[in-house]
Design a protein around this ligand. Structure first.
Ligand code: NAD
Length: 535
């Protein structure tokens, strides 16, 4: 079969991943671990997808001539070995397989918590040194204690389930989990981190590292915790401030800390964290099990093939804000967004300096990033020569100095959710298009530049701005009739003394007819676009 997806494994994949690809009738795996940068660059473009672990480095040079390469899957989490910017510039999706290591990492966090509670680390160390000290290592029973889970995502929830089975009380904090309780009421959710802290005997962190989470447990927040609180961090280094941990274990405010991740990895050989008896350290072992390695290699291959087959995107790394798990209304708005962008784009002959997206309605908020990207694809595709897609569009817009802004509001009581795109063109002129999706689930344009209408943008669409005077409809009808082009639908809207006609045509309009129309008296501007047919 000549049309199989060609997948290049540039690192040694776990056998399970190799078996998985080979079992797919539409895919072929080419295993070439250990290639040099030049060797990889020479062949990468002959493949549809690339799978790597942490061995090979996918540099800008490797991606300089990407050929038919559409996606890179990292079997694992970290993508430091992939030049994300270069991939994004070429519209290549980079995906990781974080999900596959959830259980394994949760188990490691749990192991750390148990080891802390029973002083396994220092007790073992004493034994290896010939000691036998039972009283020094009296521990803490977990049953009956309260675990504070910070970050209630995949790993946080998995840890919480296990803690409940251990008869622990569980409280959690996650600002993006908008409920009072979770897990059938067995986990109390706090709306503020500081409010959770006084309730936990042990804290475990499962958050991403960002400006909100960096140092979230530090010298300011330790004093709010229960005295002697135990701390586990198997998320990202820096979420728990390392210096503050050292100070808190000294004062006793922290009863012990177990860290799998560090601000700088590998951890400095002379770091005080390595030597403090109340600090237990492991070298980033969270995802390090044979089971997880197998699972990540299958996940990477499955995610890559799903994307190549057009079945959706899982674990995208270089498409921030992109969501594919959308509900039907959100998906319709994503489709509408691109249609709206396309419809209005021929008016931007002077370029675009700023685009403002206004999303009204709570339903649309989770899909904001995806809607924004697809509007931009629609707006820019006909103006740019570079291949443009959902992965690279934001980057390309930024590169061209086009600023974007998104305003969201929850209010959708009157007309339901609504998307407005306001564009400031290069010549300072402003344009606006507004769209909605009603119960019939058809994407509709309800306003263009202040002209109100109700039109499903599909097929060949002709926009005619004209002076509002008698005979204009007849003139346009005659011109199209002469060109033997049938009008399928038409909307007319007036404003001051000008009007906008939006026509849906059965066939494309010949260039000559478009030129003639453009020069007719009373016609101010004519644009035409061909959109995909709605389903
Ligand atoms: P996830 O995305 O499923 O969950 C993260 C959760 O954190 C989300 O629910 C999110 O809403 C929440 N969150 C975001 N900002 C927050 C904030 N300011 N305060 C509280 N919660 C916040 O991710 P996951 O798969 O559960 O992974 C969690 C962390 O574990 C990640 O940082 C990941 O990199 C790390 N991880 C570490 C290892 C390891 O080897 N130690 C392995 C896998 C994952």
């Amino acid at each position: 079969m000549g049309d199989k997806f060609k997948i290049l494994a540039a690192d040694k994949l776990a056998q399970a991943g190799i078996d998985f690809v080979q079992s797919q009738p539409d895919a072929e795996l080419i295993s070439k671990p250990g290639l040099s940068e030049d060797e990889l660059a020479a062949i990468v473009g002959e493949h549809d997808g690339l799978i790597v672990r942490s061995g090979v480095t996918v540099t800008a040079k490797v991606l300089a001539n990407p050929g038919k390469l559409k996606a890179i899957a990292r079997a694992g989490v970290g993508v430091d070995n992939i030049d994300l910017q270069a991939a994004t510039e070429h519209g290549i999706l980079v995906m990781n397989s974080a999900e596959a290591s959830t259980l394994t990492t949760a188990e490691h966090a749990f192991a750390l918590m148990m080891a802390l509670a029973r002083h396994i680390g220092p007790a073992y160390k004493t034994m290896t040194e010939g000691g036998w000290d039972r009283s020094k290592f009296q521990g803490t029973q977990l049953a009956g204690k309260t675990l504070g889970v910070v970050g209630f995502g995949r790993i946080g929830r998995t840890v919480a389930e296990r803690a409940l089975a251990f008869e622990m009380g569980v409280v959690a904090y996650d600002p993006f989990f908008n409920k009072d309780t979770a897990m059938d009421g067995r986990v109390k959710m706090y709306k503020q981190f500081e409010k959770l802290l006084p309730h936990a005997d042990i804290l475990t962190f499962h958050v991403p590292l960002n400006d909100q989470t960096r140092g979230m447990l530090g010298s300011k927040t330790f004093p709010i915790c229960r005295p002697g609180v135990m701390v586990v961090n198997a998320s990202r280094g820096g979420v728990v401030d390392e210096q503050a941990v050292l100070e808190a274990v000294e004062t006793g405010q922290c009863g012990g800390a177990a860290l799998d991740v560090f601000t700088t990895e590998p951890l400095d050989a002379d770091s005080a964290l390595r030597r403090h008896p109340k600090v237990l350290v492991t070298p980033h072992l969270g995802a390090s099990t044979a089971e997880a390695q197998r699972a990540v290699s299958i996940d990477a291959a499955a995610g890559l093939l799903a994307y190549l087959r057009g079945d959706g995107i899982q674990g995208a790394v270089n498409a921030g804000g992109l969501r594919m798990d959308l509900n039907p209304v959100q998906s319709k708005f994503v489709e509408l967004a691109q249609r709206m962008g396309c419809l209005i784009s021929p008016m931007m002959t002077e370029g675009i300096s700023q685009v403002t997206f206004e999303l009204r309605g709570k339903t649309l908020q989770p899909a904001a990033g995806t809607i924004e990207r697809m509007s931009l694809v629609g707006l820019l595709r006909c103006h740019l020569d570079v291949p443009l897609n959902i992965v690279n569009v934001r980057h390309i817009a930024e590169q061209r100095g086009i600023t974007t802004r998104t305003i969201t509001s929850e209010e959708d009581k009157l007309e339901g959710p609504q998307l407005s795109i306001e564009i400031e063109a290069g010549d300072g002129s402003k344009h606006k298009i507004v769209g909605r999706v009603y119960h019939d689930m058809q994407p509709r344009v309800v306003e263009i530049n202040g002209y109100r209408m109700d039109m499903v943008p599909t097929g060949v669409m002709l926009l005619i701005f004209n002076q509002d005077m008698p005979g204009m409809v007849g003139l346009v009808g005659a011109e199209l009739g002469e060109a033997k082009v049938n009008i399928a639908d038409m909307a007319i809207s007036r404003q001051d003394n000008t009007a906008l006609m939006v026509l849906k045509l059965d066939d494309p309009l010949p260039e000559s007819a478009l030129n003639r129309l453009n020069h007719r008296p009373g016609i101010l501007k004519v644009t035409v676009v061909e959109l995909p047919k709605t389903r």
